[in-house]
Write a protein that binds this ligand. Structure first.
Ligand code: HEC
Length: 120
């Protein structure tokens, strides 16, 4: 009964295909999560000391500097170019980061700020 054999092995084949389908997106998600993690880590190490991890600026340092919540409408209404300019060139007590991080990372950080605002 060859047909029976095929039917019997079908679940195994389906399981294999499902396994590949499940594993495949997982591995690509990991890659993009790692890329996202790059900016994430930069924000954590270079920015969170003043702005807090969530961008709220609610830490004692942030409060003492009277930082605006980076997720707030006042900050978010600025264009990508304006925000990148502040990160790159600095503003008041805000250090300039273009020299140490490079223009691309400053741009990516703007993207990170937009993501933080979405998560609020
Ligand atoms: C030493 C503390 C400090 C660090 C570190 C710091 N900032 Fe700031 N940041 C400030 C201060 C102070 C201001 C307010 C500047 C002003 O308006 O005079 C500011 C303002 C900003 C603004 C503009 C917000 C607004 O009110 O319009 C952005 C965007 C920003 N910072 C992003 C970043 C990013 C991204 C990093 C990391 C690469 C970072 N900051 C690191 C202190 C800091």
């Amino acid at each position: 009964m060859p047909n029976f054999k095929v039917v019997k092995s079908a679940p195994a084949i389906i399981a294999l295909i499902l396994g590949v389908m499940i594993l495949w997106p997982t591995s690509s998600t990991t890659t993009s999560a790692m890329m996202f993690d790059g900016v994430d880590t930069t924000f954590k190490t270079k920015c969170a000391s003043c702005h807090s991890l969530d961008g709220s600026g609610s830490s004692p340092v942030g409060k003492s500097m009277k930082l605006r919540d980076l997720r707030s409408a006042e900050v978010q209404k600025q264009t990508d170019a304006q925000l990148q300019g502040i990160i790159s060139k600095g503003k008041g007590k805000m250090p300039a980061f273009e020299k140490s991080l490079g223009a691309d990372t400053c741009k990516a950080l703007v993207g990170h700020l937009r993501e933080l605002a979405k998560k609020k």
